[in-house]
Structures are given as C-alpha cells and as structure tokens.
Design a protein around this ligand. Structure first.
Ligand SMILES: C[S@@+](CC[C@H](N)C(=O)[O-])C[C@H]1O[C@@H](n2cnc3c(N)ncnc32)[C@H](O)[C@@H]1O
Length: 221
C-alpha cells in the first residue's frame, strides 16, 4: 500500500475513540458471524460491494467508523447528493443509515499489478441511533421511486406494475373495497411531491413520502 495512504488510514483510526482491538474473521464475510467491532478497515472484494455495505450497516451493536475501499464508480454513488445524476437507490439507502464521505481516490498504479478499475476510499459513520425504519420498507420505496428516476412521483406510482405490487400488499391487511387505482391516485396527488422527480428527492423527502403511504395502510415490503 502507498505509504501516504497507510499514514492517512492510521490517522483516521487513531482519531477514533475506540478500544483498539484487532478482530480476525476467517471465512466468507457475507456469511460469517461478525464479532463486535468499533473500527473496520477493509479493502473490499469489489464484486460484493453493496452486500458488504449493508452487512456492515445491519450489524449490531453499531460500529463507530468504517474506512472502505471500493471501485471508484461505486463510491460516487455512495456519496452522491440529491439532484446529481448519480443519486440513486443505493445512495439513498446507504445515507439513510450512515454519513458517507469520500476520502480519496486511489490510482491504478498504486497497486502491483495495476488493476483494470480505479478505486476510492470512503468513510462510513453509521447514524447512531439508527433511524427507526425497516430497511426492507425504505428499500421497497426507493426501488419504486428510482425505477423511473426521471419521471414524476405521480407518474411512477401510476405505473401498472407498481399499483399491482402495492395493491397486493394492501389487500393482505384490509377488506376495503375501494378501487385501489383511485385510492393511490388521490393519495399521490395529496403529497407535496407529486411533481417531484426521484433524482431530486432527499432522504427526508423519501421518509415523508413513505409516512404518507403508511398512514393509509400502504406498505412497500
Ligand atoms: C482484498 S480483496 C479485493 C481486492 C480488490 N479490491 C478487488 O476487488 O479485486 C481480495 C481478497 O478478498 C477475498 N474475498 C473475496 N470474496 C470474499 C468474501 N466473500 N469473504 C471474504 N473474503 C473474500 C479474496 O479471496 C481475495 O483474497
């Protein structure tokens, strides 16, 4: 590893008020039962980047800080902000649970042999306490919203596949005989986000939208 990078990572770790314990886990990271840890420094296998991020964020007790290296393109999504073309389901899902900052890009020639892809290092600090939102529910909403990220929220919710998925969820908890398309159409028009495009919706906007649906008994997972 580049000595400057090593020095920077060491500084990050030393700035962390942790009990400095080293944990060694042998096996498949995704399947392993992770022990308690404060700090995670990980040159991740890039093909399982998002699995790793969500494994870490769902781990309890919460860790304090993670310094992670990923493929550069992936990190651009992790740190993207609403309004950017890179703002995506991944960005919103991760930023709901963690503050993510870009630390630095790593050039190909910092490795021997030089890999095909560029890398970047990010810092992930979980929100503590974590928001009281079920991951599957928020992910269900972002799956819908970002399926048509340049359409308006109103248009997205009137898509036949979306209506049918939400209606199935809804019918499992209600006997209400109203026409679901009318129900959801009125509901969507009543929000502040009708004309909003997914690409501009912040995590808070998405949470507000999710609560509007929950108030009417509609769930995304
Ligand atoms: C340091 S990582 C990644 C290197 C580089 N960032 C990449 O993606 O090619 C490479 C190492 O991770 C290991 N590895 C791959 N998948 C893994 C998994 N699910 N759990 C634990 N280790 C894994 C591989 O065996 C390999 O030794």
């Amino acid at each position: 590893m580049d000595p400057r990078m090593a020095a920077e990572l060491t500084k990050q770790v030393q700035a962390t008020p942790s009990q400095k314990r080293l944990q060694i886990v042998v096996g498949d990271f995704v399947k392993a039962e992770l022990p308690y840890f404060d700090v995670c420094i990980f040159n991740t296998p890039y093909k399982i980047s998002s699995t790793i991020v969500f494994c870490l964020l769902s781990h309890r007790p919460l860790f304090h800080i993670a310094i992670l290296m990923f493929q550069q393109e992936f990190t651009r999504h992790l740190v993207a902000q609403p309004g950017s073309s890179l703002w995506s389901r991944l960005s919103a899902n991760v930023q709901l649970y963690a503050k993510v900052d870009h630390i630095r890009d790593v050039k190909r020639n910092n490795f021997r042999p030089a890999p095909q892809v560029k890398s970047s290092v990010v810092r992930l600090v979980p929100r503590d306490p974590p928001p009281p939102v079920k991951f599957e529910e928020f992910d269900g909403l972002t799956r819908v919203i970002f399926s048509c990220k340049n359409k308006t929220v109103w248009a997205t919710f009137l898509h036949a596949g979306v209506i049918s998925m939400l209606e199935n969820n809804w019918r499992t908890v209600t006997d209400n005989a109203v026409d679901f398309k009318d129900y959801i159409s009125e509901l969507t028009e009543s929000t502040d986000f009708t004309e909003q495009h997914a690409v501009k919706m912040s995590v808070n906007d998405l949470l507000k939208l999710m609560l509007v649906f929950h108030d009417k008994g509609i769930h995304f997972a």
